[in-house]
Design a protein around this ligand. Sequence first.
Ligand SMILES: Cc1cc2nc3c(=O)[nH]c(=O)nc-3n(C[C@H](O)[C@H](O)[C@H](O)COP(=O)(O)O)c2cc1C
Length: 200
Amino acid sequence: MLDDAPALLEEAMARFDALWKEARACAPWEPDAMSLATADAEGRPGLRTVLLKEANARGFVFYTNYESRKGRELAANPHAALCFFWRSLRRQVVVEGTVERLAEARSDAYFATRARPAQLGAWASEQSRPLVDRAALQARVEKLDRTYAGRDIPRPPHWGGFLLVPDLIEFWTPHEGRLNQRERYTRDAAGNWSVGLINP
Ligand SMILES: Cc1cc2nc3c(=O)[nH]c(=O)nc-3n(C[C@H](O)[C@H](O)[C@H](O)COP(=O)(O)O)c2cc1C
């Protein structure tokens, strides 16, 4: 095991970036998609796909409805995990860590770049709540469209970004005989990063 805090995190993020870039160049379908695992206050898990919008020196950014199931679970329990599986690259990356909400100004800035239908959808959809029928949702969208006709649509207060700050990043690479390679970067409680191999 090697011990070296920021340099190892930088190394792991650079490796992640290179793979993500490769996936964007050659993965045919949703190269930004990742599974996001959350758990409620009792530890009961929830899992769904979201899109990675940014990976930077601090961590992994995605956007969602803060009042959705995942949003409520993350408010009660900030521990979360991500799993990327790029089938065409035959590669997997697993990330674990703790989430924090992005600053409101950053969520505003990203929301402003979204297409208008997606902006209307963020207002109209009570994500994860029961929906009586699709006509009710469509009617909400149309009403909002009229309300905001000819104007910019502001970000709904219940919608925005999360940053997942990693404490584990694991790269999985296939090898013959299922002796796959698992390289795991972890941060300990004191904040020091180390890297080592894990049995496949
Ligand atoms: C390819 C793909 C990308 C998605 N991206 C997002 C996303 O970035 N944000 C989001 O809130 N939901 C996204 N969804 C929808 C979620 O999977 C999920 O249905 C929704 O967020 C509600 O999840 P929850 O009820 O567990 O909170 C995506 C679904 C797919 C299949």
